[in-house]
Design a protein around this ligand. Sequence first.
Ligand code: ADP
Ligand code: MG
Length: 398
Amino acid sequence: MARNFRTLDELDGDLTGKRVLVREDLNVPMADGAVTDDTRLRAAVPTVAELSDRGAVVLVLAHFGRPKGKPDPTMSLAPVTKPFAAVLGRAVRFVDWDGAEAALATMRPGDVAVLENTRFFGGEEANDPEVAQRFAALGDLYVNDAFSAAHRAHASTEGLARLLPAYAGRQMEAELDALDRALGDPEHPVAAVVGGAKVSSKLDVLKHLVARVDHLIIGGGMANTFLAARGVNVGRSLCEHDLTGTADEILDAADRANCTVHLPYDVVVATEFRANPPTRTVNVHEVAADEMILDVGPAAAESLGDVLKNCRTLVWNGPLGAFETPPFDAATVALARTAAALTVGGSLVSVAGGGDTVAALNQAGVAGDFSFVSTAGGAFLEWMEGRELPGVAALAPN
Ligand code: ADP
Ligand code: MG
């Protein structure tokens, strides 16, 4: 599919002294003033370093927490500036909104600054044109590198892109290209794994996928609702009984679209939900009234691996079982390792996303072997629903 955005490659001409506003995601988890996971800081490095190397004055825009539209010292980006400078390997200034213009006037080509939390302005989340204009007045060019914030039409993610020449940063570019390879223009056969707790949270994902993938693998708690729709007694399992009709509609839609749906045929059950309780592995028709389905069974997990062996593309969101609680991570770990091995072997393009999915892949030790792992959360899910992301749409050259 043709890209509908410009990248830093198309940002030609001399950038020396040009002020580039770069939207990054610096919303890192912190405890006692220290960053506990610097993934997002590291992801911001390539774009910021490249622009700085090219002589631009790099002004990083980002949000932090949910400060309700007014300055809140507990949600300042100031404490993030030092850790960011450390991963960037160069000096980074912190610039408060008061007197920003005067502070920026002293910056030299190649200098980098982090501006204070964009959400200190009430109009940021409302995409108020005045706030977008205030940001735009500080720079000459705009680069959006924060895919994870692109599902929100905010002043710093959407409005600003309409006021300045706009480009996708390296991280945004990599994410959009990987996602396009997985669902926009994939090599078939395509498999999707959709798991997690509830059907209700992923209805739109399922509806979008049935028309696009050849194999839909449903696991996790949401598989129980589908099993119930097919008349299986799921005992005390997590199950949305009011959604069995919807599950039926999805199964019908899959049939019409020639999408094969894979539901577990054996499952791991327990009567208590805790670490290492007594468990049974049973056929789905043998779940007792007091038992809960907590993982896909080993036989089904293995045949799902065989499905992947015949596929060229995989997109994965949601664990197959209650993976945080041993031993209910077994099917997720087994299938993740198969997908990783196929990816390393060159037969599969694998893209995964979702907070718990990424945690599960890390637990399986294979996140690095997938073709692409998105840490974007909400934006990844909206993309899986087939929605246009406002922050991406606004990058389209006009
Ligand atoms: P993601 O964050 O990757 O989008 P979700 O949040 O939708 O994934 O789902 C993850 C949650 O689903 C995990 O907390 C996991 O324990 C839960 N889950 C998976 N399978 C089951 C099950 N059979 N019963 C109860 N919870 C489950
Ligand atoms: Mg989750």
